[in-house]
Design a binder for this molecule. Structure first.
Ligand code: CP
Ligand code: NVA
Length: 309
């Protein structure tokens, strides 16, 4: 049994399969062709933090695969009344085939997985957001690569990360380490990445830049995220001041490669981490990126339950 708790839980070879499979599943969806490999299977989705994309993409995706879903939040389940995570895992995993969790610490999802009889998927923790990077890479491959050799177009590419050293940044580092590209990271001081969290095999997969303009120089992809992640709302005002120079604007896009893409996992705050001109501009692929969450997660759920098809 496989869990998907962080990006490193799958190999490069498994990613190559998943990207090809996601392309096929997306094609079927666009052609109104039925694809029901998960009939009679149930996904439990547990949300301890808010969500739009993760909820809709997993829920719609599971129904499209022929399965069904159960939606739980902290407020409407015993999770909010301190039932131990281990007990919740033992009970929930006797009744469903697959579990997706969005929570705070990675330790919590790890404990759930340890006590689960079924595969567990990370739908975002404070440390990682692997499903989002899965979608981001698939979006890059769609734009720049070939479905038959999906990983090839990533080799040697530069991804500029502008902003917080957060769950998205950590997951980009893991992906770069595994799939052979480089992340140029620029964060305000006090909000740096911690490579130990990502658990990298080497530090060759990233370079740190004080100046976000330098991080964007020659990049194939420029990407950012909210200044304040969920769970850190108390730091909002301090972060607004610290991050003021880390707004992705046309000056940053202009020093990147002429065909550089812009991505953002969303939700976005125009005028904070990105200007409206950039996110709504011609280099932005944020809507494909959001839609692709559903296609890659359908491939992931099918793979975790049924293996290669
Ligand atoms: N990108 C993402 O995970 O969005 P939601 O918070 O809306 O799920
Ligand atoms: N880093 C953000 C991503 C939201 C999808 C957060 O954790 O809130």
């Amino acid at each position: 049994m496989k869990h998907y708790l962080q990006f490193t839980d799958l190999t490069a070879d498994e990613y190559a399969y998943l990207f090809s499979r996601a392309a096929l599943i997306k094609h079927k969806f666009k052609s109104y062709e039925k694809h029901h490999p998960l009939v009679d299977r149930t996904l439990a989705m547990i949300f301890e933090k808010a969500s739009t994309r993760t909820r809709v993409s997993f829920e719609a995706g599971m129904y499209q695969l022929g399965g069904s879903v159960v939606h739980l939040t902290t407020g409407d389940s015993q999770l909010g009344r301190s039932e131990p995570i281990e007990d919740s895992a033992k009970v929930i995993s006797r009744m469903v085939d697959l579990v997706m969790i969005r929570t705070y610490g990675q330790d919590k999802i790890n404990s759930f997985a340890t006590n689960s009889r079924v595969p567990v998927i990370n739908g975002l923790t404070n440390e990682f957001h692997p499903c989002q990077i899965l979608a981001d890479l698939f979006t890059f491959i769609e734009q720049r690569g070939q479905v038959n050799h999906p990983l090839q177009c990533l080799q040697g590419k530069v991804v500029a990360w502008v902003g917080d050293g957060n769950n998205m940044a950590n997951t980009w580092l893991q992906a770069a380490d595994l799939l052979g590209f480089t992340v140029h990271v620029s964060t305000p001081s006090g909000y740096e990445i911690d490579p130990a969290v990502a658990g990298l095999s080497s530090h060759n997969c990233f370079k740190v830049f004080k100046d976000p303009m330098q991080a964007c120089q020659g990049a194939d992809l420029v990407t950012t995220d909210v200044w304040t992640s969920m769970g850190y709302e108390a730091e909002n005002e301090a972060r607004k001041q610290a991050f003021a120079d880390w707004c992705v604007d046309t000056d940053m896009m202009d020093v990147a490669k002429p065909d550089a893409l812009f991505m953002h996992c969303l939700p976005a705050h125009r005028g904070e981490e990105v200007t409206a001109e950039v996110i709504d501009g011609p280099q932005s692929v944020v809507w494909d990126e959001a839609e692709n969450r559903m296609h890659v997660q359908k491939a992931l759920m099918e793979y975790l339950l049924l293996g290669r098809q």
